[in-house]
Design a protein around this ligand. Structure first.
Ligand code: MSP
Length: 461
């Protein structure tokens, strides 16, 4: 059996999930469900990133121990993904015992292979806790991290170094040849461009950070949280015989870690490399970055309450092209919902079901097909185009009904028309399955045997 192993980033547990995290997770779920539907052994790994300064500080602010706080927030992510029907194979936490063990072994291997300098040396830099990374002076704006509006911490301590600089040539070759496929193409070019300017060795341990995994070869240091977090993919993948990953999905903010540091440390221990890394865009709300200070953070449950589970899944991926930056507003979402779900799909299904019910129409032929164009779009991560393709089919059938006016046809002709319409509706439902699994199932059920009218799929807003 072919396998398909996809991952989402593991999310920081400093705060509850918002629709940024939801966006990536839903997309990863749709892709994984699509491969499952094609007969692959497809697995999705998601979870939470729980060690390091960012989490320790958030816990302290809430007067809690890091583990207790991490337990609480991690549970919120898991609940959110469950409520969104995310079909993950494992929800991994970096505090899970098996991950801690794998991470320690991984660091030991790096050390034994000579990829880590044998002795720590002084590292000085400006550390942004929000990003959990060092920032160069050029990246700061008026001395502040432009993403978090915070002043980075001056850091000066003995750290172990990973010899990243030695992997420049290999990485250039692997990325330009698509052995590690980085997509969209523009991001690949960006990474190759950055690579040209050179790679510096990186610090991979902390001497003063207790909330982390102690290095196996020096208990006085903990593993740098980013390296430790990346290893989560390997913890699950190697355990389940799924390594290498077929797809790491994330937004562009963390592509650098996935496209360069992660392959380099895998090369260092002689492991296989991920096949594809896809970085999508960042979205804003009414043109503004989502932030607590602005007070415009939207939680997944707010969307679910308003649009339902499948409505939410649909809206997130239909609103703008995946890969590019985009913007959400409640007005836009309402509009899309009403036009495409309440009308569009919902209306079409109700219309045909009503006609069929009147004449006791029974479905005998079930020759639905998954639209090959939808398949093509999905393999290219063009979610909104895949959906637009399905909605073209919906519009085409709607138009046909308006033209033919089947309610005026005599019964045999009407039944012929219903028969072909039912196949089309079943095909639409089949192609919709990875996106809207519950809705698709409902439609397929309704359009098998004797068709009956049901309650509206998507009540109008
Ligand atoms: N813990 C690290 C990832 C480690 S992976 C080994 C981390 N966590 S995070 O909680 O900050 O999640 C970042 C990811 O959340 C982004 O890469 C993206 O997938 C998603 N998004 C968060 N906000 C988003 C938007 N506003 N728009 C699009 N995606 C967003 O980084």
């Amino acid at each position: 059996m072919n396998k398909f192993f996809a991952t989402t980033p593991i999310y920081y547990v400093n705060d509850a999930p918002h629709i940024g995290h939801t966006y990536t997770t839903v997309a990863a779920d749709v892709i994984t469900r699509f491969y499952k539907q094609k007969g692959y052994d497809a697995r999705l790994l998601t979870g939470t990133d729980e060690h390091g300064a960012k989490i320790a500080e958030a816990a302290a602010k809430h007067g809690k121990a890091p583990q207790e706080y991490a337990d609480e927030i991690s549970e919120k992510f898991k609940t959110a993904w469950d409520s969104l029907n995310i079909d993950y194979a494992r929800f991994i936490r970096t505090t899970d015992e098996d991950h801690v063990k794998t991470a320690r072994e991984f660091f030991q291997k790096l050390y034994d292979k000579g990829a880590i300098d044998p002795k720590p040396r002084l590292y000085k830099g400006l550390y942004c806790v929000g990003h959990e990374k060092f920032m160069s002076k050029e990246e700061l704006v008026d001395g502040l991290c432009p993403d978090h509006q915070t002043k980075p911490v001056e850091h000066s301590e003995e750290n172990y170094y990973f010899k990243l600089s030695g992997y420049k040539k290999d990485l250039e070759q692997l990325i330009s040849s698509d052995e590690i496929k980085i997509r969209p193409q523009s991001r690949k070019n960006e990474i190759l461009g950055k690579l040209k300017t050179g790679l510096e060795d990186i610090s991979i341990s902390r001497a003063s950070m207790e909330w982390g995994i102690p290095l196996p070869f020096d208990k006085g240091h903990t593993a740098y949280v980013w390296i430790e977090a990346l290893i989560n993919y390997y913890t699950y993948g190697s355990q389940e015989n799924l390594w290498p990953a077929d797809l790491h999905l994330m937004a562009k903010d963390i592509l650098w870690f996935h496209a360069l540091i992660w392959p380099a440390i895998l090369l260092a221990i002689g492991e296989k490399l991920p096949k594809e890394i896809f970085a999508h865009g960042f979205f804003t709300i009414n043109g503004q970055k989502m932030s607590k200070t602005i007070g415009n953070v939207i939680s997944p449950s707010q969307l679910i309450e308003k649009y339902g589970v499948d409505g939410t899944r649909y809206l997130l991926l239909a609103a703008f092209p995946f890969g590019e930056d985009g913007d959400f507003s409640w007005e836009e979402l309402d509009k899309l919902y009403n036009a495409n779900l309440a009308n569009g799909l919902g209306n079409l299904v109700a219309r045909v079901a009503k006609l069929a019910e009147k004449v006791n129409f029974e479905v005998t032929q079930t020759t639905e097909i998954f639209d090959p164009l939808v398949e093509e779009k999905l393999t290219e991560f063009k979610f909104n185009e895949a959906l637009a393709t399905i909605w073209q089919d919906i519009a085409a059938l709607d138009k046909k009904i308006n033209e033919i006016q089947p309610w005026k046809l005599e019964e045999t002709k009407l039944k012929e028309f219903l028969s072909s319409s039912a196949i089309k509706i079943r095909s639409i439902a089949l192609s919709l399955t990875p996106f809207m699994p519950e809705t698709a199932e409902k439609i397929l059920k309704q359009f098998s045997d004797q068709i009956k009218s049901g309650s509206p799929l998507f009540p109008r807003k």
